[in-house]
Design a protein around this ligand. Structure first.
Ligand SMILES: *Cc1c(COP(=O)(O)O)cnc(C)c1O
Length: 399
């Protein structure tokens, strides 16, 4: 393969994240499965990181307070901590991405106010000992359910173990924006949200539909909407011309795969359309399809030479975000998969400065070696088969 082939962008024919389809919609009798929405009081905001900032504000984090964050993290988790006035410090995880309890315990100094725990890829951490540890030290627990919207753990819905929890609805539902602040212990009365305006509402609805059309879903609706979408483009053009020179952010950067944090979205409610999707979409189907797709990927790839699964098994109560596969030679595989147009994510590809192989060898290893493949509910059987075929070919090329 010549390096030039990497410069030529390959159109992704399979969606990395869920897109809206007719099959997404819930039938009246389908009961919703356990999710963070069952864990306590909820507030619907525009991203998971905004929910983190609000949770820290509710917990009274300010200058002098330390927020402990896992060494294996998304860069989007840190700016909300800084914005609160607190300081982010880190604790280690083990080789299977589980919280290193001894390391966490050793770091619970008196200025630690909050411990953030992430359920990676939808697989819950063992929460009872973590919760006990936090309670013994009088430290608040923030459960990061960005990868774990659905599921339960030891008979409790995810999100109900922490004093507060956050979720990123964009990672599980076909909406263009969306995050949830959750608290099992506080009513969240102090969190007042307002609409981000009509332009935002329209942008979210239309972008969600356009993402769906891009991958050949909702073809009938696409035909019906051709005229209104053309009108939208004209309207946008006029709006931009009028506000020339003024930066109009019609949607948060979090909706465009950026790590940016913009406090202007702190008091903004998630759009009506994105909130309706949480009700309209069939949660039971999301859980069922994701589990089936994860299993299919795992069955087809776990025994291949050059890779190993991050998790030995998918727990019964879990709903996966993506399928994490540990590659022996991730750089070559990544380049080849991208060149073939295979959708994939490198979670925690970059870690916060100072969090290196010396600080936590396991995080450094996973951040380089794990490539995560989509297992979301909107993958069609032929698309999943195509992904599996591509990964197998790339693994054989290497030999
Ligand atoms: C994506 C992510 C977040 C933030 O969610 P956004 O909705 O993108 O702001 C937080 N934690 C983890 C582990 C994530 O992967």
């Amino acid at each position: 393969m010549s390096p030039a082939s990497l410069d030529c962008p390959v159109r992704q024919r399979v969606p990395l994240a869920p897109v809206l389809s007719v099959a997404s919609l819930r039938l009246p009798l389908s009961a919703p499965p356990a999710s963070v929405l069952d864990a306590g009081a909820t507030r619907f905001v525009t991203s998971g990181r905004i929910a983190i900032a609000l949770a820290l504000r509710e917990m009274g984090v300010g200058p002098g307070d330390i927020v402990l964050v896992p060494a294996y993290h998304s860069l989007s988790m840190i700016p909300p901590v800084q914005s609160s006035g607190g300081t982010a410090a880190f604790y280690r995880i083990d080789g299977g991405a589980a919280v290193d309890l001894a390391d966490l315990a050793a770091r619970l100094t008196p200025d630690v106010k909050v411990v953030m725990v992430t359920h990676y890829f939808g697989i819950a951490q063992a929460m009872a000992p973590i919760r006990d540890l936090c309670q013994r030290h009088g430290v608040l627990l923030l459960e990061d359910c960005a990868h774990c919207f659905f599921g339960q753990h030891d008979g409790r819905p995810v999100g109900a173990w922490g004093d507060y929890a956050i979720a990123s609805s964009m990672k599980f539902f076909p909406g263009y924006e969306g995050g949830v602040l959750i608290s099992a212990t506080h009513p969240l009365d102090g969190v007042a949200l307002r609409s981000a305006g009509a332009a935002f509402e329209i942008k979210v609805a239309l972008t969600t539909l356009e993402n769906s059309f891009k991958y050949g879903r909702l073809a009938l609706l696409q035909a019906l909407l051709r005229l209104p979408l053309a009108a939208r483009d004209a309207l946008w053009g006029r709006l931009k011309a009028r506000k020339a020179g003024v930066a109009v952010a019609l949607a948060p950067a979090s909706s465009d795969s950026s790590y940016d944090f913009d406090p202007a979205w702190l008091d903004k409610r998630s759009s009506w359309f994105a909130r309706r999707l949480l009700v309209w979409c069939d949660g039971a189907r999301i859980v069922r399809r994701r589990r089936a797709n994860y299993r299919q990927l795992d069955d087809a790839l776990r025994a291949c030479a050059g890779v190993s699964p991050l998790y030995a098994r998918l727990p019964d109560d879990a709903c996966p975000w993506m399928y994490p596969l540990v590659f022996e030679q991730p750089e070559a595989a990544f380049a080849r998969l991208v060149a073939r147009g295979v959708p994939l994510t490198r979670f925690a590809e970059r870690l916060w400065p100072g969090v290196d192989a010396h600080f936590c060898p396991n995080s450094a290893h996973l951040s380089r070696h794990v490539l995560a493949l989509p297992c979301h509910q909107e993958l069609r059987p032929d698309e999943l088969a195509w992904i599996i075929g591509q990964v197998r070919q790339v693994l054989q090329e290497r030999a």
